[in-house]
Design a protein. Structure first.
Length: 275
């Protein structure tokens, strides 16, 4: 038999034509429904536009948006700083350090953020004389500072677990290879381990930021005029449910911006893996 005939005999059979299965039809129907829902929402917002209300309360939404972004940004940064010793404590072989770190993570991950915020804002108010004696009452009497404090402690627990998991996911051989090159442990951590751990932790960190943005709405309950606080104020004056609809659209825009930003950063960090 000729070589051409052998090649034809060994060629894989052609794939069957792609048909319209039930799952594919269902998926197309759901996508079409979501598109119709989005178009209907845009049409409703455009046709129901109340210019006097927007002119009166629109600047308040911008102020609330700034408060929300500031609260989340400050809390994430402080939480990232606090997460480093907590993560090191979780990885420590010292039972005291590891036990304290575990208790911290267990409490703040196992209780609702709303309860933690109430404990800080309302609970610490019961210790006003003690806080005044040590000069901290000026901090804990303000709802904004209490919110930052509670949010920072909460996100630090989650970020500590993300950091610990990302570091431990790096193969042990990386540490051994760096030691064979004469690198110090701190140099190994900074130049070898963390760059690899950053790729692993990026998605979880992005999800944490998004969850913090959506969870920040609870601070409106303790009189912080964030985006949701301004929305509640607007609704109490206008009794127009569109005030909440606009807030939902703004939150959605924030989340989508963060999502695309995280994807862009991930593509930049992993561009060498696609070559």
């Amino acid at each position: 038999m000729s070589a051409a005939g052998t090649a034809l005999d060994e060629a894989p059979p052609p794939l069957p034509p792609r048909g319209w299965s039930g799952q594919r039809i269902t998926g197309h129907i759901l996508v079409a429904l979501w598109i119709l829902l989005a178009v209907g929402l845009v049409w409703f917002l455009v046709t129901s536009w109340n210019l006097p209300v927007v002119e009166k309360y629109g600047p308040g939404y911008l102020y609330g948006l700034g408060v929300t972004v500031g609260l989340v940004a400050i809390s994430i940064v402080i939480g990232a700083i606090l997460s480093i010793p907590v993560a090191l404590g979780r990885m420590s072989k010292n039972p005291v350090f590891s036990g304290l770190a575990y208790a911290y993570v267990y409490f703040f991950r196992g209780t609702p953020l709303l309860a933690q915020t109430f404990l800080v804002y309302y609970g610490l108010g019961a210790f006003r004389p003690e806080l005044q004696s040590v000069g901290l009452w000026w901090f804990f009497r303000e709802a904004w500072y209490c919110a930052v404090f509670a949010f920072s402690l909460n996100t630090a627990a989650y970020q500590a677990e993300m950091l610990r998991g990302a570091i431990e996911s790096v193969p042990r051989g990386q540490w051994e290879g760096a030691a064979s090159l004469g690198l110090h442990k701190l140099q190994t951590m900074w130049k070898v381990i963390l760059p690899q751990a950053a790729v692993v932790a990026l998605r979880p960190y992005g999800n944490e930021v998004i969850l913090m943005v959506k969870g920040s709405a609870i601070v409106s309950i303790i009189t912080v005029y964030d985006l949701m606080g301004i929305t509640r104020f607007t609704y109490s004056r206008t009794f127009d449910f569109q005030s909440y609809l606009w807030a939902a659209v703004i939150y959605l825009m924030i989340v989508e911006t963060l999502r695309h930003g995280i994807e862009w950063i991930e593509r930049r960090l992993t561009r060498h893996l696609k070559r």
